[in-house]
Design a protein around this ligand. Sequence first.
Ligand SMILES: [Zn+2]
Length: 322
Amino acid sequence: MELQFLGTSAGTPTKRRNVSGLAVKKVNQKSWILVDCGEGTQQQILHTPLSLVRLQAICITHLHGDHCYGLPGLLASASLMGRTEPLTLIGPAPLQAWLTLTQQVSQLVLNYELHFVDVVGLTHAIEVAGFMISAHPLSHRVPSFAYQLVEIGLPRHLDKEKLVAKGIASGPIWGQLHRGETVTLADGRRLAGPDYWLPTRVARHIIIAGDNDRPDLLAKASVACHLLVHEATYTQEIADKVGPKPQHSSAKMIATFAQEVGLSNLLLTHFSPRYQAQSSGLTIEDIEQEARAYYSGTLHLAEDLAIYHLDSNGHLSQRHFQ
Ligand SMILES: [Zn+2]
């Protein structure tokens, strides 16, 4: 599966980083899921192969503007581009009221249905674009959530040796068993398809968190998780200067958590613009160095438009977007 960041800056965009937006999809599939939609997200999408017509769902982590102000424009553009398929929109309940009002005052009529799902009710997973999606509450100044995506539809393979050993020759019966059907042979034996499937590989399981100052809230969800995408807005030194009010995580906080729960892959994002201002003397390497000091797994600091590939063995690598 692939994750492409459309924005990695916290609060305001910078020349190199837009505000939050992240595309998730299976490799070689055109359908995709958008997590957060800061202002300018649709402009970033124009620099990718992603299509608003093939977008299956939008998941909004919380209602701060840098995570959702791009939504009305993106929805309007999808309509102008000819989208007619319904679109699932998951987020906190006031999102629906805000969009309805925006549609009314700007007389925006969409050519497709929006299926709104209140994130609070998403303790039970729903199926979207080849994933089961569920949500976990976080700690922030407004209700904020992490989305957990578990892939489904893993490739299925027949246990050919077992079939041959039972005297079942290759033919249409193999196809029926592969599809999971129950087959009655000429000699009266009944075979159930699933009994002849090889064990599938482990489904990939990722968590994409919204703003959060309590990484420990994800401890249970992180068991068996292959990848956590989490904010690291500041280094600890700046977090201490700023104080606890903004309710963000430092690189140290999230790296320490990832180390404690044994996460194999950590992708950091949502960096304060002060780390890109030459005048401040602070750089993104400050965040990276701090995270590496507390976490020994595979670590990446997200860049806008970069693609991160999580392979079927759970290895994470970066592909620079061209
Ligand atoms: Zn926020």
